[in-house]
Design a protein around this ligand. Structure first.
Ligand SMILES: *[C@@H]1O[C@H](CO)[C@@H](O)[C@H](O)[C@H]1NC(C)=O
Length: 142
């Protein structure tokens, strides 16, 4: 077998697809909120949130967490939204995909927050700066 560029690339792709849980995949379907509280301070909580989801999330369920900044709050979510199965077992979101998606939101949404997925990822990750402090109900994007 000759190891040329394509062989190596194929091997890498195979290796990633076999351990797909934490493979880095491009962020797709990233949607920014267009109104509401603006600020990039929620960035500081991305790692904590993405590492905090350690229990399986049921399909179509959301694991949420809220963090306070001095002037507003940051609502985070990991929503198990997509599956090829109609009724898949509960699953853990990928920490890497969570971090990549929410960094993308922070870097590209002008501080409004937003949500997105990586290619093929079942979880939609949300970062949303909102008025008030944690424990107060706000509409998404406010
Ligand atoms: C963020 O996601 C968008 C939409 O999928 C993509 O076009 C863009 O390249 C990503 N940007 C970064 C910095 O990852």
């Amino acid at each position: 077998m000759i190891f040329n560029y394509n062989t190596v690339l194929t091997a890498i792709v195979l290796a990633f697809s076999m351990t797909s849980v934490d493979a880095a995949a491009p962020v797709v379907r990233r949607t920014c909120f267009t109104g509401g509280t603006v600020g990039t301070e929620c960035r500081q909580f991305i790692n904590n949130f993405c590492n905090s989801v350690t229990a399986n999330v049921a399909f179509r369920n959301n694991q949420e967490r809220c963090y306070n900044t001095p002037n507003f709050k940051c609502d985070f979510g990991a929503f198990y939204e997509f599956s090829a199965d109609a009724n898949p077992p509960a699953a853990l979101p990928s920490t890497t995909n969570c971090i990549n998606t929410l960094n993308n939101v922070t870097n590209t949404c002008g501080g409004f927050g937003g949500y997105g997925n990586v290619a093929g990822g079942g979880f939609t990750f949300t970062l949303d700066p909102n008025q008030g402090q944690c424990g107060q109900i706000e509409a998404p994007g406010s």
